[in-house]
Design a protein around this ligand. Structure first.
Ligand SMILES: *Cc1c(COP(=O)(O)O)cnc(C)c1O
Length: 463
């Protein structure tokens, strides 16, 4: 027999090894599951959570288990190259979802631009998240989501149609993220005349698998039309419709990675200061901490839409209509990721308010901060980053020995009026990849704000 010539000890060792190998294979191949925050008892697989975006019970998908990174990871995480570190983190979270090589390819294609940490002084650092194609951190999430969706649809002969309504920025990030991704196309609805000139160019000049519908109506009309297409079972099926909703769980995954990347550059865990609206960016950090990333503290910075800072001090959660500000990507009155935050802290206000401190600032304070950062450090910070800078200052006042990392979520050139008003016309240069859009030709399909027109168009153009 096979083990006849082995002594007993070796035989037992071999059996143990086989058993261990079996256990680790099982662990690796038990794919992760997700539940809805509104029904913790029922589960879906990762593919369903990504392609559906939203559970039908209006909750949010959350991973059943958030695996901690193992000792082997922590012993070399500071020396790994970024792609390698990123793959280890993602594959630990997404266990058994896809083969390692596919994951590697997706991560390296999605995150093909840097996220540098710029030092202002010993206690202030800026994590620049605007080096992607649309100059905002949403590129991270959107580019990863696009490639994961294409991967999930890989065996279908029908392309995936991503249908999205935008009031400006999200649509641009989604369009760029899916541009030239095989097996996908994007249809963006935007309100005619209600997005900025450059934003419109970002939506309408890509061509290829990106189609822009210019709706004669409001953003709400666009959203209503998109909703009606999803509710129409025939059209939805014929077009293989999916939404690239900002609460899609896959978006949060790559957003964890820049926290790891930034934190490993410091001797002691830094305090992350996060300018927040829907709190996706902050939720991504919470996931990273659940995987074992150590942080000094978490600071949530908002403009006057301060529902979460209010909750953190009062324990009362009171969503309300949003107010327009100069940091407009954070004008959110009912943050969509709040349910995930509550879930991560096991519905324990004490736990959340111990880990996260919130601060809120108005536009006048934000403008002052833009000038202050420029005068003190010669650094040009955008209105969202400026809100975070103020919160970092407030935190450092109480904790002067801490190291803060302020997330700079968008390039200042995306907010030309405010920047010109505070710093003069020459302070901000538009990066070449955006500037060249000014000359590109706009192509859009004009459409009335009418659900039936969209349904007809989709029926006539199923792919
Ligand atoms: C979306 C966005 C935010 C807010 O991020 P959340 O994840 O929604 O909290 C902040 N800054 C900019 C520039 C954004 O585009």
């Amino acid at each position: 027999m096979l083990f006849g010539c082995l002594d007993k000890v070796t035989y037992v060792q071999i059996l143990t090894l086989i058993a261990l190998a079996e256990i680790s294979t099982v662990a690796q191949h038990t794919p992760m599951r997700l539940f809805s925050t509104n029904s913790p008892e029922s589960f879906v697989d990762f593919g369903e959570a990504v392609l559906r975006s939203l559970p039908s019970d209006n909750g949010l998908y959350m991973p059943e288990v958030i695996h901690e990174l193992d000792d082997a990871f922590w012993s070399d995480w500071k020396t790994l190259d970024f792609q390698e570190m990123a793959c280890r983190v993602v594959s630990t979270l997404l266990q058994g979802v896809m083969p390692e090589e596919d994951l590697r390819e997706i991560v390296s294609e999605a995150l093909n631009f840097p996220a540098p940490v710029v030092k202002l002084d010993d206690s202030h650092h800026v994590l620049e998240l605007f080096h992607g194609p649309t100059l905002a951190f949403k590129d991270f999430g959107a580019r990863f989501m696009a490639r994961v969706m294409a991967w999930l649809n890989r065996d279908s002969d029908k392309p995936l149609t991503v249908l999205v309504a935008t009031s400006g920025d999200t649509g641009g990030a989604v369009a760029h993220a899916f541009h030239n991704v095989p097996g996908t196309r994007v249809i963006i609805l935007y309100p005619s005349g209600k997005v900025s000139g450059l934003q419109e160019k970002q939506l309408t000049t890509l061509g290829g698998n990106i189609t822009a519908m210019e709706i004669d109506g409001s953003f709400d009309d666009c959203q209503r039309m998109v909703k009606s297409a999803f509710l129409d079972v025939k059209v939805s099926k014929a077009c293989n419709l999916t939404s690239a909703n900002s609460i899609n769980i896959s978006r949060l995954i790559p957003q964890m990675l820049y926290y790891f990347e930034a934190a490993r550059q410091f001797e002691k865990p830094p305090v992350f200061v996060i300018p927040s609206g829907n709190f996706g960016n902050l939720t991504a950090l919470l996931l990273a901490t659940r995987m074992g990333l150590k942080v000094g503290h978490i600071v949530a910075a908002t403009n006057v839409n301060d529902v979460v800072p209010q909750y953190l001090t009062s324990s009362t959660y009171q969503p309300r209509p949003s107010v327009a500000t100069i940091s407009n990507a954070m004008d959110v009155g009912a943050p969509s990721n709040f349910a995930r935050m509550v879930e991560i802290f096991g519905n324990d206000w004490n736990a959340m308010s111990t880990s996260i401190t919130g601060y809120a600032y108005n536009d006048a304070q934000t403008r002052d901060a833009i000038r202050e950062v420029h005068e003190k450090y010669g650094y040009v910070i955008d209105p969202h980053g400026a809100v975070a800078y103020l919160a970092a200052e407030a935190w450092l006042l109480q904790h002067p020995d801490d190291i803060t990392v302020i997330l700079e979520t968008a390039h200042p050139s995306k907010f030309p009026e405010v920047m010109h008003e505070e710093l003069g016309a020459d302070a901000v240069k538009i990066p070449e990849r955006l500037a060249c859009l000014a000359d590109a030709e706009k192509v859009s399909i004009p459409m009335k704000a009418d659900e039936n027109e969209l349904l007809q168009w989709l029926s006539a153009n199923p792919a």
